[in-house]
Design a protein around this ligand. Structure first.
Ligand code: SF4
Length: 303
């Protein structure tokens, strides 16, 4: 566990590749099915920009995004290997032929050793997984699915547009392919408390999940959550509450699951609250201190 009381991504990347591996984040210009075709309005914490960087819309091709970021990482970190992370919006939300042409962009770059594909659990099927699995020779592949909470009432409250069963079905289907599966969860959703976080950790631990990203819920300008916050209907977590919750979550998480992230990554110009979220280093440090002072290690409360 590299000195930390939980399993980190660096551990498996070092084991597998033996060199420093950096992620490059890519925008393939796709959208969110929960906002466009379905017109369901989107999750309450998401603004119209959603999770997109908008790079493609600004005229930066995928090839340019790949080459610019790889050069920058080589200069800054002397990185020799990369994971291409299709992060913006939902990267399975297109016909197969379009998806193939998007993912094929990585093929000319042997230094790209991994492919991570972010999407919703209601936006995947067997044919798409078969295509994605075809990139595995010589590469690690991750499917990244947002669950956010293992509680259906919460998913309704945040207008997530899918239930827990949809997530379980996607994960079960994906487990038949040679890809890793990363679940995204959010701590601090409206109406949730420690029992919900522990229950979500237990749900994740019961599934063939290999990796997890734990996010903090923060209030972003221009969202329904901001309106709730302004009306006094939502109170963001304090840093202490968040660190306690993450520590408990980690204690209830299966020991072999790789924890890729333990906090959020808000844009300063969009963030309403909590402002403490901007200092990610401090948040990470506080979580590590909480784990050590509570004697919690990953999985110590499983079973
Ligand atoms: S959070 Fe993701 S799924 Fe929800 S509306 Fe935004 S982009 Fe769509």
């Amino acid at each position: 566990m590299t000195g930390l009381p939980y399993k980190t991504l660096n551990t498996i990347l070092r084991e597998r590749f033996g060199v420093r591996v950096q992620k490059i984040t890519l925008d393939a210009g796709l959208t969110c099915p929960h906002r466009d075709s379905s017109k369901r309005g989107g999750c309450i914490y998401c603004n119209a920009q959603g999770s997109g960087t908008g790079a493609l819309g600004r005229g930066i091709s995928l090839k340019e995004q790949i080459e610019e970021q790889m050069q920058a990482m080589k200069r800054r970190y002397k990185a020799q290997a990369f994971i291409a992370y299709f992060q913006s919006f939902y990267n399975t939300h297109a016909p197969l032929v379009e998806l193939k042409s998007i993912f094929d962009t990585i093929l000319p770059y042997p230094e790209i050793k991994g492919l991570a594909i972010g999407t919703r659990p209601d936006c995947i099927d067997q044919d798409k997984l078969r295509l994605i699995e075809s990139y595995t020779p010589g590469r690690l592949i991750w499917m990244e699915y947002g669950l956010q909470s293992g509680n259906d009432d919460t998913l309704l409250r945040i207008n997530r547009g899918h239930d827990v069963k949809t997530f379980i079905d996607a994960v079960t289907l994906t487990s038949h392919f040679k890809v890793r599966q990363c679940a995204h969860v959010i701590i601090g959703l409206p109406g949730e408390g420690m029992d919900d976080y522990v229950s979500t950790a237990r749900t994740i631990s019961s599934l063939p999940i290999t990796d997890i990203k734990i996010h903090l819920l923060y209030v972003v300008r221009g969202t329904p959550l901001e309106e709730m916050y302004q009306r006094g209907e939502y109170t963001p977590l304090s840093q202490k509450e968040y660190t306690r919750a993450v520590a408990q979550f980690i204690g209830h998480l299966r020991e072999d699951i790789v924890i890729q992230r333990i906090t959020g990554d808000p844009h300063a110009d969009e963030l309403v609250e909590p402002k403490w979220a901007l200092d990610k280093g401090k948040v990470r440090q506080a979580i590590h201190e909480d784990l050590v002072s509570s004697g919690i290690t990953q999985g110590c409360m499983v079973g």
